[in-house]
Design a protein around this ligand. Structure first.
Ligand code: PLP
Length: 430
């Protein structure tokens, strides 16, 4: 691949998280993006694991145009709308049995925030007012708003805001691949799950409201997959203490891992599910909390859900979501994510066998990550001072390949990048 030379940039009034400047994007199609100087980039991370159905999808664009001509916004207290009704009905068919109610939002943080607040209101509705603590995992990422951040395990993001958030308990994420003990992977899975029980007992079971986890980790852990034994043990422990299980499927949901939900790999039965990212696939901000009627009814009977966002469930976003789902179904993109994910993972595993600095390759479907190390036997990270990892990411970018990198496993040192191209990717493109 030739080295890309972006066009020079004038001063900007925009600002984002860092001083990093990137070229101005011009257009996008399929798995590719072009900047204004005409350079082409492979969208190897679907943006931030968002553009699941690829860029420039004509069906979604035409559907949205039609909806724009009809009505784009009607406030839900004044009108309900057909795209929202249709999408809620269709999405519930992909959820575990009984998860039949959909609460729309406009993004992942809003979806998580909704789960937290709904869980609390459900506890109040069933007379369990002492329950409020939400146990989460470290590392993890659940969003940038203060509620979602309070259950996020990522020190650099949470520390500045500690005084502004309720202190919440956390347990270690199941980084079983790093453990150097004599236990089998399955035993390690059970031992990590048992840390949840320890935390519930330490906090006082009558005060613990919920446990939140990403079934397959995202950026904070680099597509962390727990041993199989972990998932059913977590459910058992939640059931034992009446603790709600929240699955944050914002990144792992809507087909990315080769099943519709990440939790489907283990037939998980969470109580609440957060969706976003691939749900709107970058065509519109869209997210949802999915809940069972058995939990929604008591909340509605006790004064209703005291929560909502202005843009939630608007006709344009829901029309986009419906059209995205059409494309996923029509082209079996979930099946393609499974098949292409297997191929891509095999390629990454082959690279790891060739190069001593790739210590681990993990993930499922097209939610994959590779971890860079300076020593495979100890999994010691690359030397920080040489900035080697960032150089790899920059070299890839300069050659027109976008990968999503993280310099940390959420406060624990570690360099990984996510390889998550759009689910439309073909064998040749991989
Ligand atoms: N939950 C998970 C697992 C995520 O990966 C993200 C975003 O990366 C969020 C929640 C927050 O989503 P958003 O950035 O759309 O608010």
């Amino acid at each position: 691949m030739p080295k890309i030379t972006p066009a020079p940039r004038a001063a900007s009034h925009l600002f984002y998280q860092s001083r990093l400047r990137r070229p101005l994007v011009d257009r996008a199609e399929g798995i590719y993006l072009w900047d204004q100087a005409g350079n082409r980039y492979i969208d190897g991370s679907s943006g931030a694991m968002v553009v699941n159905i690829g860029h420039g999808n004509r069906h979604v664009i035409e559907t949205m145009k039609k909806q724009l001509d009809k009505v784009t916004f009607a406030y839900r207290l004044h009108f309900e709308n057909e795209p929202a009704e249709d999408l809620a009905r269709r999405i519930s068919t992909y959820m575990p049995a009984g998860m039949d109610k959909v609460f729309f939002v406009s993004g992942g943080s809003e979806a998580v925030e909704s789960c937290l607040k709904f869980a609390r209101q459900y506890a109040l509705a069933i007379g369990q007012s002492r329950r409020w603590k939400v146990i989460s995992r470290f590392p993890s990422y659940h969003g940038g708003t203060l509620g979602a951040l309070a259950v996020t395990g990522y020190a650099a993001l949470t520390d500045p805001f500690r005084p502004m958030m309720k202190e919440m308990p956390s347990i270690p994420a199941p980084t079983a691949y790093l453990d150097r003990d004599n236990f089998s992977m399955e035993e390690r899975g059970l031992r990590y799950a048992d840390k949840l029980e320890e935390a519930i007992l330490a906090e006082g079971p009558e005060e613990v409201l919920a446990f939140i986890m990403e079934p397959i980790g995202g950026a904070s852990t680099g597509a962390l997959v727990a041993p199989d034994s972990y998932y059913s043990r977590v459910r058992e422990i939640c059931d034992r203490y009446g603790v709600l299980l929240i699955h944050d499927e914002v990144m792992s949901g809507v087909g990315r891992t080769g099943k519709f939900l990440g939790g489907d790999h283990w037939n998980c039965r969470p109580d609440l599910i957060a969706l976003s990212k691939g749900f709107g696939s970058g065509y519109s901000p869209l997210g949802a909390m999915v809940a069972p009627s058995r939990m929604v009814q008591p909340v509605l009977d006790h004064g209703g859900f005291q929560h909502g966002y202005t843009y939630a469930g608007n006709p344009l976003a829901c029309a986009a979501g419906g059209a995205v789902l059409d494309e996923i179904e029509r082209h079996d993109l979930v099946g393609n994510a499974a098949a292409m994910g297997e191929l891509l993972k095999a390629e990454l595993v082959a690279l790891a066998a060739r190069y001593p600095f790739i210590g681990d390759v993990r993930g499922k479907g097209l939610l994959l990550a590779a971890e860079f190390v300076s020593d495979k036997s100890t999994m010691r990270p690359l030397p920080k001072e040489k900035n080697a990892f960032q150089r790899v990411v920059d070299i890839a970018y300069d050659k027109g390949l976008i990968i999503y990198s993280r310099r940390t496993r959420g406060g624990v040192e570690g360099d990984h990048f996510l390889v998550c191209p759009p689910m439309i990717i073909t064998r040749d493109e991989i």
